[in-house]
Design a protein around this ligand. Structure first.
Ligand SMILES: [Zn+2]
Length: 210
């Protein structure tokens, strides 16, 4: 029993209400479709991983294994390396940390992990990277990867990347945070370029130069 008396609604009025509700439901569904069409991938649900030095953000979970395959830098595990998603994830995190620490050693800029942690934003393709650049710079960037000091974030396209590019951009993050203020852009660029050129060389420590 309800304390509120039920109101009798005429059949004509009920039909009109049903029609109105149907139109409203159709509008909601249509709007949702439009939003899905125009919402860029990078604004959708993201997947995050954390290594010791870097926070990795993916717009597509499958790109974890894709990025692992793209980076040829230690810990590849050889031909018989496990190919499970968990193994790919673990391998990728070790590779990213290996690149990060190698960059620190090349620059001789060793400091505790950055606070907040540097982010590696992994776009799923060229279009997504372009959409991100339009959002940040209000134009389509011509670079294949870049670092933004204000966001402490490296932006890459998983389909067009290699270890040297990641080393170069992480070098920018490390250089910009090593000094009390970021050095001049040309100075940083010369250093970052030197890093990706010598990524696979043996690093001499300070003592070796004495
Ligand atoms: Zn650069």
């Amino acid at each position: 029993m309800s304390a509120i008396p039920t109101r009798r609604i005429s059949p004509v009025r009920r039909l009109r209400q049903r029609k109105r509700f149907g139109a409203l439901a159709r509008t909601v569904v249509f709007s949702a479709c439009i939003m899905a069409l125009f919402t860029p991938h990078w604004a959708m649900a993201e997947v995050e991983l954390k290594s010791n030095f870097v926070r990795l953000v993916f717009s597509d979970q499958d790109d974890i294994a894709r990025l692992d395959k793209k980076i040829d830098f230690g810990d590849s595990g050889g031909w018989f390396a496990a190919s499970t998603p968990a193994a790919a994830q673990e391998r990728l995190l070790r590779k990213i940390d290996a690149i990060y620490t190698k960059v620190q050693r090349i620059l001789d800029m060793r400091k505790p992990p950055m606070q907040p942690t540097v982010v590696l934003q992994v776009a799923r393709d060229e279009d997504e990277l372009a959409a991100i650049s339009v959002k940040i710079f209000k134009r389509r960037a011509s670079a294949r990867a870049w670092y933004v000091y204000m966001h402490n974030t490296v932006y890459i396209n998983v389909r067009d990347v290699h270890a040297g590019m990641i080393a170069h951009e992480l070098a920018h993050a490390i250089i910009d945070h090593y000094f009390s203020a970021p050095p001049p852009r040309n100075t940083a660029e010369i250093l970052a370029t030197a890093v990706d050129r010598s990524l696979f060389d043996e690093v001499k420590t300070r003592n070796d130069f004495q």
